[in-house]
Design a protein around this ligand. Structure first.
Ligand code: FAD
Ligand code: DHB
Length: 391
């Protein structure tokens, strides 16, 4: 097969890139290792920054957000006996939207199918080749077992943290940075109306807890747990009791309503960056190039920002052989990536219990500052609500 851009990975980065390229008249073919149903069902991110929402709306992907999204003015930050609301709209003039990654993915799949774009699901052995030439290609085995090859002008590595693209960059031509955190999240999805109007991020001596949501009838909640925790160690009653304690059930009359848990999983937490985000004609985007711990709600938004920068760059390369934007892509994207890496690390470090009592006092001092100082609150708000795509 021959196309303009061969894309590895049909997550949000891969499918949005295909959509943006198509709007610009550039063809692509997407290769995905998992089944369409598996990709659609993954429960992951829940928060879109205002610039992500603006972008999705501007390319005809805003209808679902209008119909089912929930615009939030800010978040609550709390610790035992105190809960404070940070109003991002008042602080920095921007809001965020609760709109699940499953919904973003469904919108992207619907747009892809409506346009008849080629996506090979259930593909195995995907591998990029000839990246240091002008004629790169991707080989894979399709769902029927047939060997396939896509010749392209460029390859986009949108295959997440465990795909082949990241590793296709030779060791002596990349730098990597990594931090593994000494705790994980236990996440649940529950069929119960949220007990809060906006997200609650809670510091607690037992560990961090968060109350998020997906809709008026579905709640998403998280608990800090030790690394290596097994889901089986956390029966439903234990989860709701821990959430009630950490989120402050009874504090100033606030109540946490438990409900039927429909999904439970443990997520390790890691920061990772690979640089540059380009090797010859291979361009990395989203989790393929970087990972953030989830506390700042940045992963999906970074994937969206990367492809928003990459699509026009690839357009110039394919149409005009103009390399100015592709040459600038890695540096431009990494400036925002490192800002979000810092913010995610900072939110994570401020809210999770490390076991060191000195750390705990520093965290509480920081929480008091961001909730009582206009400058402190505006800094958090500016980062959480999101910087402009081209920041
Ligand atoms: P992915 O979504 O990982 O997509 C990569 C795709 O490539 C996958 O479909 C994968 O199957 C495919 N692939 C992998 N290997 C191959 C191969 N060999 N061949 C072909 N295809 C392959 N982010 C936020 O912004 N806000 C949040 O609130 C938030 N919360 C989160 C909560 C949880 C519980 C988790 C786990 C993550 C959260 N994130 C959040 C992060 C966010 O989900 C990711 O950053 C986002 O999915 C990145 O998109 P992506 O397309 O780059 O990668
Ligand atoms: C969700 C996940 C996050 O990591 C976060 O910071 C906020 C919300 C969520 O899944 O809803």
């Amino acid at each position: 097969m021959r196309t303009d851009v061969a894309i590895i990975g049909a997550g949000p980065a891969g499918l949005l890139l295909a959509h943006l390229l198509a709007q610009d008249g550039i063809e692509s073919i997407v290769v995905e290792s998992r089944a369409k149903e598996y990709v659609a069902a993954r429960i992951r991110a829940g928060i879109l920054e205002s610039s992500s929402v603006d972008l999705l709306r501007s390319v005809g992907l805003g209808a679902g957000i209008e119909a089912q999204g929930d615009e939030h003015r800010g978040i609550y930050l709390q610790w035992p006996s105190e809960r404070h609301h940070l109003d991002f709209v008042d602080l920095v003039g921007r809001s965020v939207w609760v709109y699940g990654q499953t919904q973003v993915q469904a919108d992207l799949v619907a747009a892809s199918e409506a346009a008849g774009r080629q996506v090979y699901y259930d593909a195995s052995d995907a591998a990029p080749h000839h990246l240091d030439t002008d004629h790169p290609c991707v080989t894979f085995t399709d769902a029927g077992g047939a060997a396939q090859r896509i010749d392209a002008v460029a390859v986009a590595g949108c295959d997440g943290s465990f795909g082949p693209s990241r590793a296709a960059v030779p060791d002596d031509q990349r730098d990597t940075w990594e931090r593994v955190y000494p705790y994980s999240w236990l996440g649940i999805l529950a069929d119960v109306a949220p007990s809060t109007d906006e997200l609650i991020y809670a510091w607690h001596p037992d560990g961090f807890a968060m109350h998020s949501m997906r809709s008026a009838t579905v709640s998403r909640l998280y608990l800090q747990v030790p690394n290596g925790t097994a889901v089986a160690d956390w029966p439903d009653d234990r989860i709701w009791t821990a959430l009630a304690t950490r989120l402050g059930h009874g504090q100033d009359g606030w109540q946490l309503t438990p409900g039927l848990i429909t999904d439970k999983s443990v997520l390790p937490m890691r920061s990772f960056v690979q640089s540059p985000m380009r090797h010859g004609r291979l361009f990395l985007a989203g989790d393929a190039a970087h990972t953030v711990p989830p506390t700042g709600a940045k992963g999906l938004n970074l994937a969206i920002a990367d492809v928003a920068l990459l699509a026009p760059a690839l357009g110039d390369l394919v149409r005009k052989s103009d390399t100015a934007l592709v040459d600038a892509y890695s540096d431009t994207a990494l400036r925002r990536v490192w800002r979000c890496e810092h913010f995610s690390w900072w939110m994570t470090s401020m809210l999770h219990i490390s076991g060191d009592p000195f750390d705990a006092q520093l965290q509480l001092a920081q929480l008091r500052w961001v909730t009582s100082s206009a400058a402190g609150a505006a800094g958090l708000a500016e980062n959480y609500a999101g910087l402009p795509i081209g920041f």
